[in-house]
Design a protein. Sequence first.
Length: 371
Amino acid sequence: MKLLYVVAKAEYFLSHRLALCRQTQASGFNVAVATTEFPKKDIHKIAGIDTFPVEFKRGSLNPFVEIKTIIHLLAAFKKFRPSIMHNVALKPALYGAAIARFYNIPSVSAINGFGYIFTSRQLKARLLRPFVKLALKFILNHSSVSVLVQNQQDFRDCKALLPKSDLHFVPGSGVNTKTFHRVTKQGAFTFTLVARMLWSKGVGEFVGAAKNFVANNPSKKVHFLLVGNPDPENPESIPLTVLEKWHKEGAVEWLGHVDDIQNIYAQTHVAVLPSYREGLPKSLLEAMACGLPVITTDAVGCGDIVHKGNGIKVPIKNLNELEKAFERCFSDQKACEKMGQQGRKEVEKMYCIDIINRKIINIYNKILHKK
């Protein structure tokens, strides 16, 4: 059995799908991945996996660029000749599923949250939305296409949009509970946001609430960390000049991209993600695996994993409530410890990477047995 993963970005494959790929190999599949070029420092991580370069441009609307991408993906398909395809994210889902249907093989398309096009209020996103919905319905609404979604709202939306597809609810891409484990807190009380530096991740709200907290509590020793890089291919990416300005002002410290997130969480007391919408935020699940309480919004995806037992939910785009959540955590650190302990238990029970990967591999096997 041959399985081709189609992923929009090599770094995402490494962080979210490499463990699934390895477990799939151990289950007897011959696997390959079609994605962007892997960084040289990470080449050793994909030893034993066939790779095919495909230059996905996630923010592109240029038809010539998109045709080139499809040609490269088609070439990878013809060379590897998979029995099944697993497409991750919007463009891979559309292009990969279309190729799979043309060649009459089954495909799995993971819709990991409806991103910029479905959540942004920018004119570009609003104009594109109906056309993308039509494309999804035309390509994915078929019995040979299996669709994976990560939260209940996306499940309901896809059920209405894609009634003929084989729809599955799989909560996230899993967390390695051995790599991410309980940590001993060090240093000043620290709130940390780990994400791509996008406005839609609530980064602006985090910074605004942090500034207010520092101004209102000048004697309290509290640290606010931003971890992650901008994403130039996303129209909602925060300009580098803005991030550098925030860092210089001193209320927050921007670290940029950090490979060792476990070490960051060892310095963290509370993980924060005031996002506007998610699939299922892996950064929060990793924080919970480290025994950290979380502060997030009641947005789709975020609200699915956080409750009063493991963290605090605040309304979207509400600086005042976010600041109050900071204050509550700082003032009651014992309650934070209890929330963190509960979060760790839930990750072990429901979101452990072995559990999630087994669910997906079972889906592969069921699909192939239907042929």
